[in-house]
Design a protein around this ligand. Sequence first.
Ligand SMILES: NC(=O)C1=CN([C@@H]2O[C@H](COP(=O)(O)OP(=O)(O)OC[C@H]3O[C@@H](n4cnc5c(N)ncnc54)[C@H](OP(=O)(O)O)[C@@H]3O)[C@@H](O)[C@H]2O)C=CC1
Ligand SMILES: O=C1O[C@H](COP(=O)(O)O)[C@@H](O)[C@H](O)[C@H]1O
Length: 730
Amino acid sequence: MSLQQQLRTAALGGFVALLAAEIYRRSRAAAAPSPPSPSRRGPRESSSPRPPWQRSSSLHGAAMAQSLSSGCKRVSSFAPRLKPHRGQAAPHDNSDSDDDGTEALEQRVEWLLPRKMMVSIIVFGADGNLASKKILPTLFKLWRRGHLPRDAIVVGFAQPPSRGGKLKDSAQFRVHVRQCVEAVEGARAVLSSDALAEFLLRCHFHCGLFGNALSMQRLADMLARLESTRKVARTAGLQWLSHIKAKDPSPIRQQQAPASHTPLRGPPSPPGGTTSPRGDHLRSQRIATMVGSFPRARLGAQVRMYYFSVPPFLYHQICTALLAARKREALLPRRPSGESIAGQDVFPQPLPIEERFVLEKPFGKDTESCAQMVEELSMLREDQSYFIDHYLGKELVMNLLVLRFANVCFGAIWNRQHIKSVQVIFKEDIGTEGRGGYFDQYGIIRDVMQNHLLQMLALIAMEQPLSLSAEDIRSEKLKVLKACKPLSLDDLVVGQYVRNGDNPGYLEDPSIANKESTTETFAAAVLHVHNPRWDGVPFVLKAGKALTESKVELRIQFHSVPGVVSALSECAANELVVRVQPEECIYWKVQHKVPDLTFKVKQMRMDFQYSSKYIKSSLPEAYERLLLECLAADHSHFVSSEELLSSWRIFTPALHEMQERNVKPEPYLFGTRGPAAADHLARRYGMKKFGGGLTPYIFASEMQRNNSGTIKEVAHSSPRGQGDSPLKHD
Ligand SMILES: NC(=O)C1=CN([C@@H]2O[C@H](COP(=O)(O)OP(=O)(O)OC[C@H]3O[C@@H](n4cnc5c(N)ncnc54)[C@H](OP(=O)(O)O)[C@@H]3O)[C@@H](O)[C@H]2O)C=CC1
Ligand SMILES: O=C1O[C@H](COP(=O)(O)O)[C@@H](O)[C@H](O)[C@H]1O
């Protein structure tokens, strides 16, 4: 080919490539949602059906039950938005339908809570670590995504600066909330956010002493005032608000009536729906039907959700003072209705108050202290108490129920006949990082193993619940916990990380006072579930800080294949891996024949990566989901007090024995795999690590027959990673 011809061909090729790229770009642009443009009306005030990016991506009990019972039929016809993930080629689909995954997101409930619900969210310890890192940014995220009822208010509560608190009034609290959101979402994302401005107007602050009756009375008064203002504003609308503004230009009131606040504007019409009162009623009925697991998410009550983001020793005093204040509030005579604006009573009859108490771990340090805490909190009804374990709100943890009970293939093999071992692994590549004061009192067993890991174990091991109601799920989990034998020290390995290069050891953390502490930062434990399904199957729980990487996964290892062909029976066993985080995925390790002229057997991954099916940002975070569920009075993903006690019963004897015997943790270097003894423990229970290399066997054509005519296997162990096919493997 002449140079000219070559140039022409190259130019043509370039043009075709550009054309193809443009077609691809346009088709994606048509399929993908345009980014949400900031709206002055705020996330809920749009008058058209909410666009896909604002729709719920949550998978709740009833929605799940609905999809399970309807056979997960395709409903909507939204185009898929498959998005290549960092460094990945455009995703290839591994399902029959090209877009069922994305659709599953779209067809879920639109509004998890009725928009008109009256909700006050009170955050105790609003200036603390957890509130700043998680709770406040999550509340904003929910607001921005349009999941909070439109009149929701957030009230922060913390001690005054004279008692060590960091905030003194609502103005400072709003600056604090903005900073917390910025820290999570980045300053640029927040700068131009109208949603944040609107959210901040719903944020208020009360400075007081935890456990002080007067402080709680003042809080209750503040809540009553804010709630009645909201209620009136809702019924009378802007007219009333401007009237109040003119009469009482106090900062709080002014801020409640932003120009963009449109309390009277009706909710956006549901797709194909109406905004008339009747339409509203029908819509809330429709929501109630769709969200069957949210039975009490209703309009006729003022919900107050108290989030206890404080150390647990404060729970009892806060609750006592709070309940006393509430009793007093209930006894107060109704304020006389003197004023009427726009035909509305300014002090309308308050709605009945429904209170929810969200309590954070640690729930005691052993069975006894947990029982004491449960007893102290008995002033709360069980249905008001929400013991949070945020791992239960993680997408892949919730998916365990679907994976197991909506797939007959898993149901059939989920037992001791097929499963050889189960591992629940939690790894962090960071140390205690300033949380040493708390951590040193607890250690990794109490911090994550006794709660997060055990809850995941329970979901793996439980029988199918009678329904997806909170009661049924919790009762099945409880049976598993009760069937678990208390941990024996023989089945436990503990470690503590030490300096490795520039990375300081645990005892060097300035927040750890006791420089001789024997608190464990790593633990590997083997539990045994004594029931017909699991007898003899070791459940290995492994948790550690300052390890090689941050990862949480569940590994279910199956038996080797039985049969007469000994070579096959020694193949790597199947393994099912559920990666909870990061890069959520579920994969199988299976054997396949390497596609060449020989007969090599190799292990590979059959993969379902969430990033190739769902847009990452649409996966709800654990706290988002759990806060919403609490507002909706749904306990499905909260832990019952009986579960708390049963969990402690499994670990308490070993924890006490460790203390009595002064067991020293085995040192391990920061950034390594933890103590070698953990591997020995796993091996003792027959656990193997299967790499992705060739299994050490060659069959058929390469099988050599020895002189006697029997088959001789040729060992051919290939180092990990060698001879890789393009197929992914571990
Ligand atoms: N931080 C995290 O990542 C996680 C925390 N948790 C749990 O959440 C809860 C809160 O944790 P975190 O935010 O880290 O706690 P913080 O130490 O940051 O304290 C939270 C709040 O409690 C107040 N407080 C702390 N100690 C006392 C005390 N002795 N007397 C009176 N008030 C006190 C603080 O007030 P002040 O500012 O005045 O000190 C602050 O307002 C705890 O139960 C914790 O176990 C659970 C999971 C993760
Ligand atoms: O509860 C806790 O969990 C975190 C890990 O949570 P994750 O959602 O980031 O996986 C852990 O770091 C902390 O020690 C523990 O208290």
